[in-house]
Design a protein around this ligand. Structure first.
Ligand code: CP
Ligand code: NVA
Length: 307
């Protein structure tokens, strides 16, 4: 492969890469001090066009814990805001830094950034995908449940960036996945086409339905995300109505295994996609998911930036 290694989509990582990342993340979580100098002298540029709590802070802390430095950049801080192109920005950032995390308005912009960058580019969320979150989520599932092959995750709600990356991730960890969305809010067909190909190869089952109970049936984990992703704020009224019936509540949790986990990438909206008793209840692992962003991203940075 020419050029640096990127993480734009989980398709960029093989199942073996994922095993390696999980092993490394686990070791970093236990023995962080061993990696204190791992990225010493290296700098990560973080270009964020949308708000972020977890991704932004966990990447910054990850670099600090690995002995490197992270620079937070907003569009308004850069000449991008005055019309300098993404291509030229990528070339310049590549001259100063050893990696770039991008949270871009559109997926195409991240791809453009990566195309012109000579250092690894990591997807910190686009409208299409959120691979770092999905990796941390499957890592969390592995910690809680052991090997994942043959197990089942149910995703309930919007067929959005999170849903897309969980679908790709399932093909990498060998987990079956069922997705329940209202009509008109299914995962994108271009994603489904490639996920279905990869699912066949991985020997996993991918089920799409409009029925949340059918998706939840027998699941080892129930996952949901906001009904109003960043950039969709103007669709609030129609979305709140379309997603009525897709709330993860105690009734829906009962359809899953009795020890099923509740998962959410956060930020959450109690009373909309999930009830407070579920997200704040005993089956919820949302805080562990958030914590694991740090450990898994340290492993991603180590793998990509030391290469
Ligand atoms: N889950 C997640 O990516 O959160 P932030 O938007 O706070 O980064
Ligand atoms: N689907 C959500 C994820 C936030 C982490 C969004 O794009 O806003």
């Amino acid at each position: 492969m020419n050029g640096p290694r990127n993480l734009i989509s989980l398709r960029d990582f093989t199942p073996q890469d994922v095993v390696e990342i999980f092993k490394l993340a686990s070791d970093m979580k236990k023995s962080g001090a061993k990696y204190r100098e791992a990225l010493s002298g290296q700098t990560l540029a973080m270009l964020f066009q949308k708000p972020s709590t977890r991704t932004r802070v966990s990447f910054q802390v990850a670099m600090a814990q690995l002995g490197g430095v992270a620079i937070q950049l907003r569009d308004s801080d850069l000449q991008l805001s005055r019309g300098e192109s993404l291509a030229d920005t990528a070339r310049v950032l590549s001259a100063y830094t050893q990696g770039i995390v991008g949270r871009m308005g559109s997926h195409g912009d991240l791809v453009e950034l990566a195309k012109h960058s000579t250092v690894p580019v990591i997807n910190g969320l686009t409208d299409l995908l959120h691979p770092c979150q999905a990796l941390a989520d499957y890592f969390t599932l592995t910690e809680k449940k052991g090997p994942l092959d043959g197990r089942k995750v149910a995703y309930i709600g919007d067929g959005n960036n999170m849903c897309h990356s969980l679908l790709y991730g399932a093909t990498r960890v060998g987990m079956n996945i069922a997705v329940a969305t209202p009509a008109g809010y299914e995962p994108k067909s271009i994603i489904l086409k490639s996920v279905n190909r990869e699912a066949k190869h991985a020997g996993i089952e991918v089920v799409l339905t409009e029925d949340p109970s059918a998706a939840a049936e027998g699941a080892d984990a129930i996952y949901t995300d906001t009904w109003l992703s960043m950039g969709r704020e103007s669709e609030e009224a129609e979305r709140l109505s379309a997603f009525r019936g897709y709330q993860v509540n105690a009734n829906l949790m009962r359809k899953a295994q009795s020890d099923a986990l509740f998962m959410h990438c956060l930020p959450a909206h109690r009373g909309q996609e999930v009830t407070a008793d579920v997200i704040d209840g005993a089956q919820s692992v949302v805080w562990l998911q958030a914590e694991n962003r740090l450990h898994v991203q340290k492993a991603i940075l180590y793998l990509l930036m030391r290469a």
